[in-house]
Design a protein around this ligand. Structure first.
Ligand SMILES: [Zn+2]
Length: 256
């Protein structure tokens, strides 16, 4: 088994999104966008699929006026199709897509993965289709409307029934958020998605600015830490501000 991390652009935003009580909460930060590919003997599995390529040239065409809230920085090639091609993989060949959640920076590639089974927690779908006012700007219905093969889960799901790829629910950021435990030969990893923005903030129990339920966030952090201890797993955080020194970048580098 091999795991690849694909960097696919990012945005400029305020530190308050990560922690509204940070003394430097008005500072500009540059969170990256990432998605991941796990090549399992029984098939390729994506964890998230980045933002839609229309955001490269014209975020307003996709996000409407909400685009002005985020300073999206994507270059040509920062999309799921181009990134998969760098490993000679056609998007139609992807059989499984695990969506941490359905925000635009994680689900924008779904229309190019139309043949895949798409795994979500069942609570994510009504929330994404009819979001509350405080998350209205971060869901784009066109991102996920083309999915034909939803797998709506209730909690844990072991994708190939061999203990190597375990989806587990981590609600809080959204009600249907989920993370993925990846047990490679030499090391276990947890792909947290947006259940964790920043490992240090999690350790200090500093809640992020964008969330659905603070109580659920804390419970999910406890679940992540429990699995982390049990499998001696390392955390990989999607919007890690320190990614340049931490993440092995596909296609040249991988995890195994
Ligand atoms: Zn999100």
């Amino acid at each position: 088994m091999k795991m690849y991390a694909f960097h696919c652009g990012g945005e400029k935003t305020l530190r308050s999104v990560f922690d509204p009580f940070d003394p430097d909460c008005g500072a500009t930060i540059h969170p990256p966008y990432f998605f991941y590919l796990i090549r399992h003997p029984e098939g390729d599995v994506l964890f998230d699929c980045g933002a839609h390529p229309a955001l490269i040239d014209d975020p307003r065409s996709r996000l409407g006026a909400a685009a002005d809230l985020y300073d999206i920085v994507m270059a040509p090639g920062d999309d799921v199709v181009t990134r998969l091609h760098s490993l000679d993989i056609e998007p139609e060949a992807i059989g499984h897509v695990v969506q941490s959640h359905l925000h635009y920076d994680h689900a924008g590639g779904l229309e190019f993965l139309a043949d895949a089974a798409v795994y979500v927690q069942k609570e994510e779908l009504p929330f994404a289709y009819w979001p509350p006012v405080y998350q209205r700007d971060v869901f784009v219905r066109e991102d996920f409307d083309s999915v034909r093969n939803w797998r709506a889960l209730r909690g844990d799901h072991d994708i190939f029934n061999d203990g190597r790829l375990l989806i587990f629910a981590t609600p809080g950021h959204t009600p249907g958020h989920q993370s993925l435990l990846v047990r490679l030969d030499s090391q276990a990893y947890i792909l947290t998605g947006d259940a964790v923005y920043d490992k240090e903030k999690m350790e200090h129990r500093c809640l992020p600015g964008l969330l659905w339920s603070p109580d659920a966030v804390i419970e999910s952090w406890e679940r992540i830490e429990e699995l982390q201890r049990r499998y001696d797993a390392k955390l990989i955080v999607t919007h890690d501000l320190h990614w340049e020194s931490e993440i092995r970048l596909a296609p040249e580098q991988w995890y195994e």
